[in-house]
Design a protein around this ligand. Structure first.
Ligand code: SAJ
Length: 449
């Protein structure tokens, strides 16, 4: 029986042992799905803290209930370890490690390279390896594959190699690992066959594509699409500001078109570990092929310029009160990179805070999900959103519109509000003067009846 057929059978009868390298917001939910599907699952992570808490049946990932981890651990279906030797028992290994950008915005492949060498060290005939980390097209073939071929392995015969982009949307109440379609592409058809079979065991829909480069590009297209469209919404905000038109009203009305339009909204910039970074992986790869990806580069410029645009709006708004930014107290409401989560990675709020402080403002913040932020050895702690705190601020800047925040309270007690998210649209105008991201704020808040 060929290695391919043997592995297919072990996947079919669940006798295969599956390993996940990297137990973060991608790896842990995936490990749980494999375990729930009936496989014995090994979780490998370099963090002893993570490994210990998982083996105690706890969870460090917002979307993974501790009860699920405890259940899989108690059934002997899941064990976590920092000892990579345990990977030698695996028949299939999914790699879900970080792919950040370095200081010069070039891909930092160190985590992927380390994972590939670790996995290759313990590889054996018939092993399937799938890379999940978002990366530039060619990574699986150029970075992962040599770790195995250098050891004399034949891809598609001894070792099976594929790419399957992660599509985890942290905090999404509807889409989770199991019910989000999974794209899978292998180095050879046999690689694709076994990788598709593995994911079909635990994910509702698996989408087979013809190569690893295709699968790598699918994810980059998805996130470049978002970055470019968000940038267009941000540019529309600036256009509307210059024309004295409310951008939110324009977008809301445009969104009534039932076809050929998709709503994106302007904001203070883009955050997170996906959208600000992923498109630059493609831009970097294409620079190496002497091609300038103008949409990606321009979208990056527009999006990263938004925090400074917000600070300009704040300065103008204070100026209209005959106040300078220098010496004014600014209360930032919401610092997470998007609503209803606690993640501040790449959050535009951090840029807004940095820029206001550089202009001499006294900056405090409130975020119900983020108790403390640490930036350049400076720590800020979230203040309570009290009437006093709001009244004390010379300007309140709404950066992240968490649903749990009472924006009516903000407009009732603040004197000046710069609203970058249209969060005050449903409030009744009382005390605060509200400055929208663009144009008049007339549409932004209803007048008291
Ligand atoms: N943003 C806007 N305007 C918009 C949409 C987003 O300013 O119209 C901002 C957000 O505030 C945030 C940033 O862009 O700061 C990114 O927001 P996001 O909604 O794209 O959320 P992410 O970064 O969590 O993106 C993830 C991605 N998931 C994966 O990469 C697997 C992305 O592909 C998903 O489409 C996205 O979630 C989602 O749809 O929620």
């Amino acid at each position: 029986m060929s290695s391919r057929d043997l592995l297919l059978r072990k996947i079919q009868d669940r006798s295969a042992t599956v390993a996940v390298v990297g137990l973060g917001y991608v790896g842990l939910p995936l490990a749980m799905e494999f375990a729930k599907a009936g496989f014995r699952v090994i979780g490998f992570d370099v963090s002893q803290r993570v490994v210990d808490l998982l083996n105690k049946g706890e969870s460090h990932i917002q979307d993974v209930p501790a009860a699920d981890v405890a259940d899989m651990v108690s059934r002997g279906r899941f064990v976590a370890s920092t000892d990579d030797a345990i990977l030698a028992d695996a028949d299939a290994i999914s790699i879900a490690v970080p792919t950040p950008l370095g200081k010069t915005r070039d891909p930092d492949m160190s985590y992927v390279q380390a994972a590939a060498s670790t996995v290759a060290k313990h590889s054996h005939d018939g092993l399937l390896v799938v890379l999940e980390s978002t990366t530039y097209p060619g990574t699986t073939r150029e970075v992962i594959q040599p770790a195995f071929t250098d050891r004399g392995c034949v891809i598609g015969k001894d070792i099976f190699l594929a790419f399957s982009p992660e599509r985890v949307d942290p905090g999404n109440p509807v889409y989770h690992t199991k019910n989000t379609p999974k794209v899978v592409g292998g180095i050879t058809p046999a690689c694709t066959d076994v990788a598709v079979a593995l994911y079909e065991s635990c994910i509702d829909t698996v989408v087979r594509v013809s190569s690893t480069e295709t699968a790598e590009l699918v994810k980059l297209l998805e996130n470049t699409f978002r970055s470019v469209n968000i940038a267009m919404a941000n540019e529309m905000a600036i256009v509307c500001d210059k024309l004295g038109v409310d951008v939110w009203e324009v977008i809301d009305a445009a969104a009534t078109k039932p076809f050929g339009f998709m709503k994106f909204t302007p904001g203070p910039g883009i955050g997170g570990h996906c959208i600000p970074l992923d498109p630059h992986y493609l831009a970097w790869k294409m620079r190496g092929l002497n091609y300038k990806t103008r949409f990606i580069d321009l979208a990056g410029e527009v999006n990263t310029a938004m925090p400074a645009y917000v600070v300009t709006k704040v300065a103008h708004a204070l100026n209209e009160e005959r106040k300078a930014v220098n010496g004014s107290r600014a209360l930032i409401v919401g610092v997470a990179y998007k609503r209803d989560i606690d993640d501040v990675r790449e959050s535009p709020a951090l840029d807004v805070i940095r820029l206001l402080e550089a202009d001499g403002a006294d900056v405090v913040y409130h975020d119900p999900y983020v108790s403390m932020i640490r930036e350049d050895n400076h720590e800020w702690y979230s203040v309570e959103l009290t009437a006093q705190e709001l009244a004390r601020a010379d300007v309140v800047v709404i950066v992240t519109d968490h649903k749990s925040i009472d924006f009516q309270r903000v407009v009732d007690h603040a004197s000046l509000v710069v609203d970058t998210r249209n969060a005050t649209a449903k409030t009744i105008r009382t005390q605060a003067r509200i400055v929208s991201l663009s144009g008049s704020s007339e549409h932004a808040a209803r007048k008291p009846v």
